[in-house]
Design a protein around this ligand. Structure first.
Ligand code: MGD
Ligand code: MGD
Ligand code: SF4
Ligand code: MO
Length: 659
């Protein structure tokens, strides 16, 4: 397959914004700017500030030549030489230790077709060690959906939000993080009378539009949702008995698990005011339809609890699945985060979310590939990283930067350096390429052909608007090249063009069957075919077609500790074209006063030996007893697992690292 796709490029080519999971449609505008084109996710043709700059390639720092490490230095080589180096090492590693000594990481920035090929490569070599770490940012929400209703994906379309009477946004800030979705769907719904309830210990741009701000103690969301379910059960109003009896199972057990719960104990543990809870209960009791939108913030649930599972119980109790204006939305981050998992970049799932342990599913795959995927699940991205240098000796990283994460940077560097072979496929040099043995330069999202799947499960066509720099290859070409060289099935990696890869994905993944490259129109379609809008109208994707209630969540107690609870957010990904934020700490006026902290004063935020210094913003939208730090500033503290911090005026404290 060549990189010179036959697709036309030029000013009238329409594609999908590669910068976030909303999936706005756009085309080249004046100069290097992009112009929005009306599409399902941006019906008015809006783009956010980032999206306008989506075509602003940064050619200066692009990688243009393959490199291999020789005598400690990354040295430019031919593609052939780079591939040879990879083949030799992969051969040796699999001969000596078997295929499970290999890891495959990626690729939520890449297309469905590229993700499909990445997991096909891993599994054809005999391992399920394939994952994408963006998946882990929403893992508890995805797990709740899989366990209770069917697929690990948003249940409804964005357009459905106009029918919601109540919209919960929990642990997310879509006003800034998914701005076009927020302004195109949530803002108009609220304008037309929907109630927006923002659940977040710290107010942000999203809170400004909210009717009610529920600010629980960090990690206590599960208790809040259980408390609301308990109140509805007590009062009866808002509970949809018909839905519960016809479409769900496990309700009695759920009700029983709630029986010994006392509202006041729960409310105090969650740290929410009675009048706020009453206000939410009134709105829920009066609502016909309720939608829940969850972000990364509720993944920080207190030990043993799953906030999304509790929210899901509340939505089942009120009959809020299978219709417009209802459902659970995962506010995913990266452009093809949903698609990466749909295409099978997960250690326990084949394309279409079929379990690797399901024999019929493995056979379905084998009939296309000529080789059956291994039967036991592989390691997750987190487990793989921890195994680098021990069980795992070689890794292929496609469009991810695992060197940056909430782990001790020294430990991370050691893990990456402990590999016999680290291959990184990226657009630019990053912290991970610094540790690579082979670096392969790839084409970016605006230079290639394929499909992305947005946060509402919409598969949309991606088309090149510009040529890649001379010398680079698309991830698709690189993965087929590697498939032909590394596996015993070169024919299985031989495709005339990308359409054949998409069509194969559609044959393998039941979620995608009845789609094809030729029939997928410019506006794309939500999977599965024929289910535009709301999933699960007739039946849930469970063995008996019923949704499953879970039990009440464990009653987490938040012991009151010294110091302030640390809340973080607003992480800026490398690939997003963000303007840097000022990086200030936000603190409640009462907490500031007891510490003699004045507005704009320099303060030190510390946990044991680790400290960071920044400027204080005094802000009553921050919950008493917590402080908010932008994630990038908080990193040194996060890497030490700090959950509580001390905050003092700078003069009172000289941080360890400055002594
Ligand atoms: N410390 C810490 N770490 C975190 C988080 C956190 O809160 N704290 N948040 C997490 C979250 S939410 C996420 S989603 C992940 C994101 O983590 P990553 O996905 O690892 O990070 P990014 O910076 O988004 O992108 C990684 C690389 O992809 C490359 N890239 C972009 N497009 C393409 C392409 O088309 N092809 C190829 N081959 N490469 C491409 C970029 O150049 C960049 O170097 O990070 C997680 N990491
Ligand atoms: N401009 C821009 N947009 C982006 C990205 C980017 O880099 N730049 N990255 C994209 C990516 S990869 C992702 S994953 C998304 C992330 O999008 P979001 O999930 O919206 O990310 P944050 O802005 O970090 O918001 C997390 C929120 O959770 C809150 N929070 C923290 N702890 C708790 C808690 O215990 N309970 C509750 N209820 N809330 C809590 C924080 O206060 C914060 O408001 O954004 C995407 N959008
Ligand atoms: S909201 Fe997301 S997809 Fe839409 S223009 Fe902005 S970055 Fe691009
Ligand atoms: Mo993310």
């Amino acid at each position: 397959m060549t990189d010179q796709s036959s697709d036309k490029r030029g000013d009238d080519v329409e594609t999908v914004c590669p910068l976030c999971a909303v999936g706005c449609r756009l085309q080249p505008g004046s100069g290097s700017r992009a112009r929005g084109v009306a599409g399902p996710a941006n019906p008015k043709g809006r783009l956010c500030r980032k999206g306008v700059e989506a075509f602003d390639g940064r050619p200066d720092d692009r990688l243009t030549e393959p490199m291999v490490r020789r005598k400690g230095e990354l040295t430019p080589v031919s593609w052939e030489a780079a591939y040879n180096r990879i083949s030799e090492h992969v051969q040796r590693i699999t001969d000596e230790r078997g295929p499970d000594a290999l890891a495959f990481l990626g690729a939520p920035h890449c297309t469905n077709e590229e993700n499909y090929l990445l997991q096909k490569l891993a599994r054809s070599l005999g391992t399920n060690n394939v994952d994408n770490r963006a998946r882990l940012c929403h893992v508890s929400s995805a797990r709740a959906l899989t366990d209770r209703v069917g697929w690990p994906a948003t249940t409804n379309s964005l357009a459905n939000l106009s029918d919601a009477d109540v919209i919960f946004v929990a642990g997310a800030n879509p006003a800034e993080r998914q701005p076009v979705a927020f302004n195109s769907f949530i803002r108009p719904a609220v304008g037309a009378g929907s109630t927006l309830i923002h659940v977040d210990p710290v107010g942000n741009e999203t809170t400004r539009l909210a009717d009610i701000h529920v600010a629980p103690r960090p990690g206590m969301d599960a208790l809040v949702f259980d408390l609301l379910s308990g109140r509805l059960l007590d009062d009866g109003a808002g509970v949809d008995r018909g839905f519960v009896s016809e479409r769900t199972r496990g309700f009695e057990a759920f009700e029983a698990s709630m029986a010994d719960r006392d509202d006041d104990t729960m409310r105090r543990a969650a740290g929410v005011d009675a009048d706020i809870v009453n206000g939410v209960v009134d709105r829920l009791a009066a609502a016909n339809s309720v939608a829940g939108l969850v972000g990364t913030g509720i993944e920080n649930s207190a030990e043993g609890t799953n906030a999304s599972a509790a929210l899901l119980n509340l939505l089942l109790l009120t009959g809020n699945f299978g219709s417009s204006g209802s459902g659970l939305y995962i506010l995913r981050g990266l452009a093809n985060e949903q698609g990466a998992t749909d295409a099978g970049c997960a250690p326990d799932r084949l394309p279409g979310h079929l379990p690797v342990t399901d024999e019929a599913a493995r056979r379905r795959v084998a009939s296309e590939w000529g080789v059956e995927p291994p039967r036991s699940p592989g390691k997750t991205a987190k487990e793989l990283l921890a195994s680098f240098g021990s069980d795992v000796r070689g890794a292929l990283v496609v469009g991810e930067n695992p060197a940056i994460s909430k782990r001790d940077p020294t430990w991370l560097r050691e893990r990456l350096d402990a590999l016999d072979l680290l291959v990184v496929v990226d657009l630019v040099s990053n912290e991970t390429t610094r540790h690579a043995d082979v670096v392969l330069p790839a084409a970016s999202g605006i230079e290639k052909t394929g499909t992305f799947t947005n946060l509402e499960r919409r598969i949309q066509p991606v088309r090149p608007v510009t040529e890649p720099p001379t010398g680079v290859r698309s991830d698709l070409t690189i993965l087929t090249d590697l498939g032909k060289r590394l596996t015993n099935h070169p024919e299985a990696f031989t495709y005339a063009d990308v359409s054949m890869v998409f069509d194969e994905l559609c044959r393998v993944a039941p979620t995608h069957d009845s789609f094809s490259w030729d029939t997928l129109g410019p506006e794309g379609a939500q999977w599965p075919a024929g289910e535009e809008g709301a999933l699960y109208r007739e039946r849930f994707e469970t063995a008996d077609g019923l949704a499953v209630f879970g039990s009440a969540q464990p009653l987490a107690t938040s012991e009151l500790r010294d110091g302030l609870l640390l809340v973080t957010g607003g992480r800026l990904s490398d690939s997003q074209q963000d303007r840097p934020s000022p990086g200030h700490v936000r603190i409640n006026p009462t907490d500031a006063a007891t510490r003699d902290i004045e507005p704009n004063q320099t303060v030190v935020i510390s946990h044991e030996e680790t400290a960071v210094r920044t400027v204080a913003d005094i802000d009553e939208n921050v919950r008493h007893g917590t402080v908010f730090l932008p994630a990038s500033v908080a990193d040194p503290l996060l890497r030490r697992d700090a959950t509580t911090v001390a905050v003092e005026p700078s003069a009172a404290h000289t941080p360890e690292h400055e002594r």
